[in-house]
Ligand binder design. Structure first.
Ligand code: MRU
Length: 353
């Protein structure tokens, strides 16, 4: 593979991130040497995608401990400060808070820098396994010979520790020898579909077509589409799902055209402490992301703008949540509660809900 999304450089206690803002034109890396720098890279979207944000934040915490130990400073104060700056980087992806809570439980329990680094590595390793399990469960419910997908944003190896979630399903279906085609929403305004998902699928040799976000209903009406697959940034306890802006529209288009709508959903993205989608904070980003195309301004000076980065798809539009434990079907409130109470480890991750 011609890129590596993230890499921990142990000798320098440095997190090397692929700077996704320059893709697909340039594969350029940034070395982040402090938790403040890691938080900045999450905020400016050098690294993005819910699982990748969580893993990066975990390394940021390990880095804070390593730096404090090297300077002979108390770990507690350094980790408290790192936690605060990382927590404030982006509000919607719950993986960020999940990873910070997991690291926090350790250092508050007296863990040293080496233990925290081991935990960050473990979070990354688990994500790889979780990605593979999600793809395997998805393949079991999709057509076996030929499958046409609709995908939104970027949810692949650029967004996670392993192959990713929804785009990981598309990649694994192709690798399994199925005849795969994917329609990629371009995903305005930051164009993660056109820039990042297409970059990945070119890399894997998966045939695809980029379409404008507004084309989804038309494509589903006129052409074969077997399944819409998307990722998620936070899934509430009732299955309402926050994901990249435009996901809700895609779900509506899928419902109107009888296309199953699946959310690829690591349990680290399920927030059992939030009862429904209304409680999910939606990030609002700079209006220039909409008013400009690259550096070129496309709207009149003085134009008003509103730039929510995510939306919430109501649970009634979702056919299934594909987790690493299997496909969860409606009613999601009942079935998610069952899943979390069945898995002791999951109960701990759910914030005690
Ligand atoms: O703003 P982004 O690019 O971080 O948004 C990414 C998404 O919305 C993804 O669908 C989600 O994080 C899941 S990535 C496996």
């Amino acid at each position: 593979m011609a890129f590596r999304t993230m890499e921990w450089i142990a000798a320098e206690a440095c997190l090397r991130l692929l700077d996704q803002r320059h893709l697909p034109g340039e594969v350029r890396y940034r070395d982040l040497r402090t938790p403040e720098a890691v938080a900045g890279a999450i905020r400016d979207m050098t690294v993005r995608g819910a699982p990748a944000i969580g893993v990066s934040a975990a390394y940021g915490m390990a880095q804070a401990a390593i730096l404090a130990e090297a300077e002979g400073k108390p770990l507690g104060a350094a980790l408290e400060a790192a936690d605060a700056v990382l927590r404030a980087s982006r509000p919607t992806a719950v993986n960020l808070f999940w990873a910070l809570d997991r690291m926090g439980a350790l250092w508050r329990g007296g863990a040293d820098a080496a233990r925290l680094l081991a935990e960050a590595r473990e979070i990354e390793r688990e994500d790889i396994t979780v990605n593979d399990a999600i793809a395997a469960h998805a393949l079991a419910i999709l057509p076996v010979e030929e499958v046409v997908f609709f995908h939104h944003c970027n949810t692949g190896a650029l967004a996670a520790g392993g192959v990713g979630t929804a785009l990981g399903i598309i990649r694994r279906a192709h690798e399994a020898g199925r005849k795969v085609f994917a329609y990629l929403d371009e995903t305005r305004p930051r164009l993660q579909g056109a820039k990042l998902s297409s970059f990945e699928l070119m890399e894997y040799g998966v045939p695809h077509a980029i379409v404008v976000d507004g084309a989804s209903a038309h494509v589903m009406r006129r052409r074969r589409v077997d399944a819409a697959v998307v990722g998620c940034d936070r899934v509430a306890a009732n299955g309402d799902t926050a994901n990249k802006i435009g996901t809700y529209n895609l779900a509506l288009a899928a419902q109107d055209n009888g296309v199953p709508f699946y959310v690829a959903c690591p349990t680290s993205t399920i927030d059992m402490a939030t009862p429904d989608g209304a409680g999910i904070e939606i990030e609002e980003r700079d209006g220039d992301e909409i008013l400009q195309m690259g550096v070129t301004r496309i709207a009149p000076e003085g134009a008003g703008v509103f730039n929510p980065a995510f939306d919430v798809t109501p649970n009634r539009l979702i056919s299934g949540l594909i987790t690493e434990y299997g496909v969860i079907r409606p009613p999601f409130d009942v079935n998610l509660r069952q899943l979390f109470s069945r898995e002791k480890a999951l109960a701990a991750r759910s914030g005690g809900a």
